[in-house]
Design a protein around this ligand. Structure first.
Ligand SMILES: Cc1ncc(COP(=O)(O)O)c(C=O)c1O
Length: 384
């Protein structure tokens, strides 16, 4: 049902560079900013026999149904700061920011996506009053295409895999009036995906703030979905930061049909898998190549990798729906990983990871019902 690989390359003493403070202050000035809820799923935790289960619920973030806009906006901000040659500060809202950017010629934001990141980039372009060009693999869910179009972006469907779509966008993003804002890195293109990962720090800064209140405690285990690994690298950066006395166990979760990080860890180096658009229903995780910008953090800092079947993701969607959390296929993947991890066949692996019964677990619901028809089919009722 699920493949579990303990990471033989993990460096127990590995510490990341300390997370940067800028993203939270930046995001808090964007329209509609509010910390997303950290939900406590006590009945499900009791049923699973664990001490505590929290879900950071990113199903509504800055007015969009996924966390991705956090990385897209921060990376764009850093890239335009570089183009401008000086800081756009001070600004308190978008109108002032746009004014402070008036010396820049209008830029076209370009990206490839399987849905959520592209919508985030399109929203950022709209905020800045710029055009956006978003590439998706043909066969992407109509609701995801529509979501991006609704931001005013030009949507271009590519006959090919996600990885081929990324290559097409990278080509388009070389024009001088464009900015390629990709959440995927390759040799020669790593700065922007690193900034995308920096932007995700806002999620964990909010989690820390909430868990620092009396009666709350830090997690023992964090499960993170992996597509190309940018989010996982943000998790490593946060939970392997210097000075953290008891760092949690970190587990990456991928679809069986697109387990590029797990296969790369097994091979000892990044490998490229042929992953078609129908490899998994977890569309956001349907990637064949780990990001070269995220790979070192995953290799050194993630304790174990799990590959889960689509059926388990569907069960996780239903469990979360019952607990009042709307999670799309990729959003529910962390819980799918937890359900797999707690199976009797992984008892020995759990022991080797130091995972006992009374664990406190943190999951990330990274998306809401981004394909409402698919969500309704799985859960058995329409999404709200
Ligand atoms: C909903 C969702 N969760 C998780 C991920 C995985 O993120 P990454 O590609 O940074 O590993 C994605 C990526 O598209 C996504 O859309």
């Amino acid at each position: 049902m699920a493949e579990l690989l303990l990471n033989p390359h993990r460096v127990p003493s590995y510490r990341s560079a300390a997370p940067v403070a800028g993203p939270r202050s930046f995001h808090s000035r964007l329209p509609g900013y509010a910390p997303t809820p950290l939900r406590s799923l006590a009945p499900l935790a009791a049923r699973l026999g664990i001490a505590d289960l929290r879900v950071k619920d990113e199903s509504a973030r800055l007015g969009l149904p996924a966390y991705k806009v956090l990385g897209a906006s921060w990376a764009t901000y850093r890239a335009i700061t570089l183009r401008l040659g000086r800081s756009p500060e001070p600004w308190a809202d978008l109108a002032q920011l746009r004014l402070n950017l008036r010396d820049l010629p209008p830029l076209r934001l370009v990206t490839a996506t399987d849905g959520n990141h592209g919508r985030g980039v399109a929203r950022v372009a709209r905020w800045l009053g710029w055009p956006a060009e978003v590439y998706l693999p043909r066969g992407s869910a109509p609701a995801r295409l529509e979501g991006i179009r609704s931001e005013g972006a030009l949507v271009i469907e590519v006959d090919g895999t996600y990885d081929e779509t990324v290559a097409r966008a990278a080509e388009a993003g070389t024009a001088t009036d464009t900015l390629l804002i990709q959440d995927h890195g390759w040799p020669g293109y790593e700065e922007i995906p690193e900034w995308v990962a920096e932007g995700y720090e806002t999620i964990f800064a909010e989690v820390d703030e909430e868990l620092s209140r009396p009666g709350h405690a830090e997690p023992d285990v964090v499960l993170v979905q992996i597509g190309v690994g940018t989010l996982a690298s943000a998790v490593v950066r946060h939970y392997r930061r210097p000075g953290l006395s008891t760092p949690p166990v970190l587990i990456g979760v991928e679809p069986t049909g697109a387990a590029c990080a797990l296969r790369s860890i097994a091979a000892g180096q990044p490998v490229m898998l042929a992953v078609g658009a129908d490899a998994s229903i977890m569309a956001g995780l349907n990637c064949g190549t780990p990001s070269s910008a995220a790979w070192p953090a995953m290799r050194d800092g993630i304790d174990a990798f799990l590959a889960v079947e689509d059926g388990l993701a569907m069960r996780a969607m239903r469990e979360l729906a019952e607990a009042g959390v709307t999670a799309g296929e990729s959003g529910a993947a962390g819980l799918a990983g937890l359900l797999a991890l707690l199976q009797p066949e992984h008892r020995e692996a759990r022991a080797r990871l130091g995972i006992g019964g009374a664990i406190r677990v943190l999951l990330l619901n990274t998306e809401g019902a981004t394909d409402p028809d698919a969500w309704a089919r799985v859960v058995g009722r329409p999404s709200a």
